[in-house]
Write a protein that binds this ligand. Structure first.
Ligand SMILES: *[C@@H]1O[C@H](CO)[C@@H](O)[C@H](O)[C@H]1NC(C)=O
Length: 489
C-alpha cells in the first residue's frame, strides 16, 4: 500500500503528463513573401498582383501603405533565422514569391537572384536546426499571369505545375513539407466578391467559383507531379492549407443550415479529402438551383468532370488547417447582402454569420472562441477520416504594437489547450502547430495597423528592429517544455 500522499502525487503526475504534447509534435511560426520580404523591385523580380494593387489603390489600404519594404526580410533573413532560433522553433513556414523566382511567370527563365535568396534562407534555417516549411502560393501571383486572366484562366493550373516543378527541383532535397496553396477562400472568394484585395476585380458569384475550380486542379497537378517525379527521391509531404471558421447554430432551427455552412467552409477541402471527391453535394446543389432561378444556363459553380474528380481526390499527405475564429449561423433576412469579409455570411447560401456576444475577447473580425478549433478538428476527422492534421496558422492581432501582449498570450494558451484536448480526448491526429505570425508584417488591407507578431517590428526604423513580445517568451516556454505546464528555466 502506498501512503495517500504518494497516490496523490502520482495522480498529479498523471494529469501533468496529459498537458504534454505527443513526442514528435512540432511547433513553428509562419510568414509569407509579400508580407515580409519587401525588395519588390530588386534584381530581375517582376511585380506581383499585390505590388500592382497596392500601388494603384492606396485608398483601399487603411494606412495607404504597401509591401515595398515591409519587414525587409529580403535583406534581413539572417535576423529572422536568429529570431526563430531564439524562440526554439522546430520549423519556420514561409512562402516563395513566384515573380521573384520566375520573373516571367513561366518556367522558361529562373531568376539567379531568386534562387540565391531562397537557397540562403533554406540553408540558414537548416544550419540552425530549423526545418523549412514552404508555401508555393501565398497570394502574390506574377502580374504577367494576371494579365492573362489570373486564377480565372484554366491554363494557370499548368503554369502553376511548371512553377511547382522548378521549386521542387531546386529545393526539394532540403524542403520536406510543401503547401501548394494558402487559403484559396481568401484569394478566390474574398477577392472576387468585393474586389477590395488583389487583383481588384469584382465578379461576385462568378469569378470566385471559376478561381476555385482552377485552384483545385492546380493543386492536384502539383501534388501528382511530386508523386511521379520527386517523392521517391525526396520523401517529402505535400498538402495545402485552408482557413475554416467553426460554425454553430444560432438556435435549434438552424442545425441543418449550419451543416450546410460547415460544408461551404470546406469547399476547398471536400474535392481533395472526401471519399467521393468533387464539391460538397449540398453546396453544389444550392448554388446550381440558385443559378437556374437567376436564368443561368449552367451553375455558376463550375462542375467537375468525373475524370477531374478522380484527378483531385486524394491529393494530400496531410490536412493543413488555418483557424482563427468561429461564428453562429442563421437564415439571412430576404435580400440581405452578405459577404465573406468581414465574415458576414454567404449570399448564395442565404445564411448569415454573427459572433456570439458571450465570446468576449477579440479584435475586429478575430473574435476568440478557443473551443472552435477543437470542434472543427473533430468535425473534420469525422468528415474526412483519421488523417494527419497540421495546424498551419493560428494567432491573434492587436491594433497597437503592445509588448506585454497578454491578450495574445491568452489566445495562444487557450487555443493550445483545445488542441491538446483534440489530441488526447478526441484522438485527432494533429502533428504540428504554427503560430501566425513570427513577425509583425504587412497585413494586406490593414497595412501596418494590424499586428500579428510574436515579435514586434519597428516599421519606423530603417533597420526594422525586431523585438520579442511577452507572447514570444510564452511560446518559447511552451516549445521548451513541450507542454502547457511550463518549466521556466
Ligand atoms: C524600387 O522601388 C522604390 C520604391 O519602393 C523606388 O524608390 C526605387 O527607385 C525603385 N528602384 C528601381 C531600381 O526601380
Amino acid at each position: 500500500m502506498y501512503p495517500l500522499s504518494v497516490v496523490l502525487s502520482l495522480l498529479v503526475a498523471a494529469s501533468v503528463a496529459s498537458r504534454k504534447f505527443p513526442p514528435g509534435f512540432k511547433f513553428g511560426a509562419a510568414t509569407s513573401s509579400y508580407q515580409v520580404e519587401g525588395a519588390w523591385n530588386v534584381s530581375d523580380k517582376s511585380p506581383s498582383i499585390w505590388d500592382t494593387f497596392t500601388h494603384d489603390n492606396p485608398d483601399l489600404i487603411v494606412d495607404r501603405s504597401n509591401g515595398d519594404v515591409a519587414c525587409d526580410s529580403y535583406h534581413l533573413w539572417e535576423t529572422d533565422i536568429a529570431v526563430a532560433k531564439e524562440l526554439g522553433l522546430h520549423f519556420y513556414r514561409f512562402s516563395i514569391s513566384w515573380p521573384r523566382l520566375l520573373p516571367n511567370g513561366h518556367s522558361n527563365y529562373v531568376s539567379e537572384d531568386g534562387k540565391r535568396y531562397y537557397n540562403n534562407l533554406i540553408n540558414g534555417l537548416i544550419a540552425n536546426g530549423i526545418e523549412p516549411v514552404v508555401t508555393l502560393y501565398h497570394w502574390d501571383l506574377p502580374q504577367k499571369l494576371q494579365d492573362l486572366g489570373g486564377w480565372t484562366n484554366p491554363d494557370l493550373a499548368s503554369w502553376f505545375e511548371d512553377y511547382a516543378e522548378v521549386a521542387f527541383s531546386l529545393f526539394g532535397d532540403r524542403v520536406k513539407t510543401w503547401l501548394t496553396f494558402n487559403e484559396p477562400v481568401s484569394f478566390c472568394d474574398i477577392a472576387y466578391e468585393a474586389g477590395k484585395t488583389a487583383p481588384g476585380i469584382t465578379l461576385p458569384g462568378i469569378g470566385n467559383y471559376i478561381c476555385a475550380k482552377v485552384v483545385m486542379l492546380a493543386h492536384a497537378r502539383a501534388y501528382r507531379l511530386y508523386d511521379t517525379k520527386f517523392r521517391l527521391r525526396y520523401r517529402g509531404k505535400v498538402g495545402l492549407t485552408n482557413q475554416l471558421l467553426w460554425c454553430e447554430p444560432k438556435n435549434s432551427d438552424e442545425v441543418e443550415n449550419t451543416e450546410l455552412m460547415r460544408n461551404a467552409m470546406a469547399l476547398y477541402s471536400y474535392p481533395i479529402y472526401s471519399k467521393t471527391g468533387g464539391w460538397p453535394p449540398s453546396v453544389e446543389k444550392t448554388i446550381a438551383e440558385k443559378s437556374k432561378k437567376e436564368g443561368y444556363s449552367r451553375s455558376r459553380l463550375p462542375s467537375f468532370t468525373q475524370e477531374e474528380i478522380e484527378f483531385i481526390k486524394g491529393t494530400y499527405d496531410f490536412f493543413g488547417l488555418n483557424y482563427y475564429t468561429s461564428r453562429l449561423v442563421e437564415t439571412a433576412k430576404p435580400g440581405e447582402k452578405l459577404s465573406w469579409l468581414p465574415l458576414k455570411g454567404s449570399t448564395d447560401l442565404g445564411l448569415a454569420l454573427t459572433a456570439d456576444p458571450s465570446w468576449k475577447e477579440g479584435n475586429a473580425w478575430l473574435i476568440s472562441y478557443p473551443p472552435g478549433i477543437r470542434r472543427l478538428l473533430l468535425w473534420l476527422k469525422q468528415k474526412f477520416g483519421d488523417i494527419e492534421f497540421k495546424i498551419m496558422e493560428n494567432g491573434y492581432s492587436t491594433s497597437e504594437p503592445v509588448m506585454y501582449d497578454d491578450e495574445r498570450v491568452n489566445y495562444y494558451k487557450d487555443h493550445l489547450e483545445q488542441v491538446l484536448l483534440a489530441i488526447n480526448e478526441d484522438k485527432v491526429f494533429v502533428t504540428a502547430y504554427t503560430a501566425w505570425s513570427l513577425l509583425d508584417n504587412y497585413e494586406w488591407n490593414s497595412g501596418y495597423t494590424s499586428r500579428f507578431g510574436l515579435v514586434n517590428v519597428d516599421f519606423n526604423d530603417p533597420m526594422r528592429r525586431r523585438t520579442p513580445r511577452a507572447s514570444a517568451n510564452y511560446y518559447a516556454a511552451v516549445i521548451r517544455s513541450h507542454s502547457l505546464d511550463l518549466n521556466n528555466h
